[in-house]
Ligand binder design. Structure first.
Ligand SMILES: NC(=O)C1=CN([C@@H]2O[C@H](COP(=O)(O)OP(=O)(O)OC[C@H]3O[C@@H](n4cnc5c(N)ncnc54)[C@H](O)[C@@H]3O)[C@@H](O)[C@H]2O)C=CC1
Ligand SMILES: O=C([O-])CC(=O)C(=O)O
Length: 325
């Protein structure tokens, strides 16, 4: 048996965690031969719920689950962690934008960034899911100067999966027939779901869909999908968010297919003219456990303008938390 990977999950008593933890324990993250230790963090008032989640994990009798540790102290939970899912944050309700959560959630990410700096493995891979995810990831990263910026990412994989699902339904094909969809920018309505490089059954997607559908339906539907789920379900996406978080981490640990990429918000290195340091979603490829931003994709005037708009929003969000970074 291999040495267990230590996986920390914050907000472990919440709804996304309830869809995530059992799948990690079942091997959906690292496969059927890699044991894990789950390290669960939530606030003291959630202690009883967390205890109950731990009981249910025990009751799954998963041979891959080599331990469960529960705490309300981030330093305990991040100690030696190699994979960290940062879910712990207040979700939005109907009528709110994700950025309305910035003042509510920002302090969590500065404190937990410092705890990661102090305790996590130097090779840790951190995924911020709690909203507004990009700027929370920026706050955490800036509060962890002892960790490489490449240890941090924020989740736009749900948007990426939504885009693939919608395109597949529209084209009447299987999701496996689709490649090279990209989400650029912020996990917010300003994000840019880009089909200019996408392939459906190996042929350019934009030759197979009506341009008006792409601009007037596809882009706004993906941008607003989170709000649509809240309006209909009464709560924000949870199972699909957990699924995307697993997809994100699995791609980061195990790699992306040779002829495809995924979308991840990572610290900008200035690629495509995006301000350095912003946590910006790019198409990325992963090889040997390291991601690289896919380079040299041609961007037309429409795409350049969309990138500029979402970058402007992230710059505004960064200015709103300048006291924390
Ligand atoms: N990036 C993305 O694509 C998505 C992001 N989200 C975001 O994920 C976050 C979590 O969503 P849910 O699980 O539905 O919310 P939830 O309210 O069910 O769970 C959040 C949990 O975090 C805990 N928490 C709060 N402060 C904490 C702290 N300082 N340390 C540790 N835990 C803390 C709460 O006690 C609660 O148990 C929300 O911010 C939501 O908006 C949700 C869906 C998709
Ligand atoms: O919309 C929300 O608040 C939750 C979320 O981030 C999503 O579903 O994309």
């Amino acid at each position: 048996m291999k040495t267990p990977v230590h996986v920390a999950v914050t907000g472990a008593a919440g709804q996304i965690a309830y869809s995530l933890l059992f799948r990690i324990a079942a091997g959906d993250l690292f496969g059927p031969h890699q044991p894990v230790v789950l390290k669960l963090l939530d606030i003291p008032s959630a202690e009883r719920v967390l205890e109950g989640v731990g009981m249910e994990l025990d009751d799954c009798a998963s041979p891959l689950l080599h331990g469960i540790e529960v705490s309300s102290d981030p330093s305990d939970v991040f100690d030696g962690a190699e994979a960290v899912f940062m879910l712990g944050a207040t979700p939005r309700g109907p009528g709110m934008e994700r950025r309305d959560l910035l003042q509510v959630n920002a302090d969590i990410f500065s404190a937990q960034g410092r705890a990661l700096d102090e305790a996590a493995s130097r090779r840790v891979r951190i995924l911020v899911v709690g909203n507004p995810a990009n700027t929370n990831a920026l706050i955490a990263q800036r509060n962890a100067p002892g960790l490489a910026p490449e240890c941090f990412s924020a989740m736009t994989r749900l948007d990426h999966n939504r885009a693939i699902g919608l395109l597949a339904r529209h084209c009447g094909c299987n999701v496996a027939d689709i490649a090279r969809v990209a989400i650029w920018g912020n996990h917010s309505p300003s994000q840019y779901p880009d089909l200019h490089h996408a392939l459906v059954k190996g042929r350019p997607a934009l030759e197979q869909v009506d341009p008006a559908w792409y601009v007037d339906e596809f882009i706004p539907t993906v941008q607003q999908r989170g709000a649509s789920v809240i309006a209909i379900r009464g709560k924000s996406s949870a199972a699909s968010a957990a699924n995307a978080a697993l997809d994100h981490m699995r791609s980061w640990f195990l790699g992306t297919p040779k002829d495809d990429w995924v979308s991840m918000a990572v610290a900008s290195d200035g690629s495509y003219g995006i301000a350095e340091g912003l946590m910006f979603s790019f198409p990325v490829a992963v090889e040997n456990g390291r991601f690289r931003i896919v380079q040299d994709l041609p961007l037309n005037a429409f795409s350049r303008e969309r990138l500029r708009l979402t970058e402007a929003e992230l710059l505004e969000e960064r200015a709103m938390v300048s006291h924390l970074i």
